[in-house]
Design a protein around this ligand. Structure first.
Ligand SMILES: C[S@@+](CC[C@H](N)C(=O)[O-])C[C@H]1O[C@@H](n2cnc3c(N)ncnc32)[C@H](O)[C@@H]1O
Length: 278
């Protein structure tokens, strides 16, 4: 690691040693210019934003930063939201966990990024799948992250407060990236997709869950209306598959469920890497 000596970084992390180790492993993935000179470890997560708040002013976005929502998010709000969005025939929360794991095909030792991790409800599932790998949960909400730290007892997880649209990591840092139920709340979602594509390693997998426009009106009409009321952006059916394809990802698969879409894709591995693995 370049920049500040590791010992100086670790000594400024006032938390248990396993959290320090996961944060230290995460700092190894940072671009040199993005390594913080002073580590701000709040309530067990590393805060890269300080007083900055990249989230928007609409109610849906402000709720994510509230004190109350993280307390009921995982057991009440998210399962209900999933039902509202995907209907009675849509997957349960356990079903969504299985879908995410299938889309990401995680194996032991891999590095995983969970963008818009909220209270860590998917981050913790990924931590079990990668063993001695590392999982980074990134979110902009202090209260969501405090809850995530409280709920997480794995020593291979680090939580960061950062902006999905300006990730601090080096190119090709992660083997798998998940962004479930967050892209539609992110103010600059296509910038976040740029960043996801950038930090994904060759051969890496990405899994998205976002809104999907249905019905007679195009997303160009429904989205600005819904966004102005709630903060939620409605993506057209082609928008995310197209965004991933134009960023060089392949094997793009979409599954539409009610008003939601799951999108999986892969970054092509260089030819010689593919041959080496055969
Ligand atoms: C609905 S939660 C999703 C949590 C979890 N991934 C899930 O599927 O249940 C969306 C999260 O995105 C976060 N978020 C919104 N804008 C963000 C941004 N620009 N950067 C990072 N996180 C952001 C919110 O703070 C919120 O915790």
């Amino acid at each position: 690691m370049t920049g500040r000596p590791r010992s100086a970084i670790l000594s400024s992390v006032k938390s248990n040693s396993s959290t320090s180790l996961a944060i230290d492993r995460t700092l190894d993935l940072f671009q040199t210019t993005r390594r913080p000179a002073h580590l701000q470890l709040r309530e067990g997560y590393l805060d890269l934003l300080g007083n900055e708040d990249p989230t928007g002013p609409h109610p849906g976005q402000r709720w994510m930063a509230s004190r109350a929502l993280p307390l009921v998010y995982e057991r009440l709000w998210r399962p209900m939201g999933g039902r509202l969005l995907m209907g009675g025939m849509g997957p349960s929360m356990r079903g969504e966990h299985r879908i995410a794991l299938k889309m990401l095909s995680l194996t032991a030792g891999e590095r995983v990024l969970d963008v818009g991790c909220g209270p860590g409800n998917f981050t913790r599932i990924f931590a079990r799948a990668v063993g001695d790998g590392v999982v980074v949960g990134l979110d902009a909400s202090r209260t969501m992250l405090a809850r995530a730290v409280h709920e997480t007892h794995a020593d291979n997880v680090a939580y960061l407060r950062g902006d999905a649209s300006a990730l601090p990591f080096r190119d090709a840092s992660f083997n798998a990236i998940c962004c479930f139920a967050a892209l539609y709340l992110i103010e600059r979602p296509m910038r976040a997709v740029d960043e996801i594509a950038r930090v994904l390693a060759p051969g890496g997998r990405v899994a998205l869950l976002a809104s999907c426009n249905r019905g007679p009106l195009p997303a160009a009409i429904t989205s600005p209306f819904v966004k102005s009321l709630t903060g939620v952006r409605i993506f057209s059916r082609e928008e995310l598959t197209h965004a991933l394809t134009t960023r060089g990802l392949t094997d793009v698969h979409q599954h539409v469920s009610g008003l939601a879409q799951f999108v999986a894709a892969r970054k092509p591995a260089p030819r010689h890497t593919a041959a080496a693995h055969r």
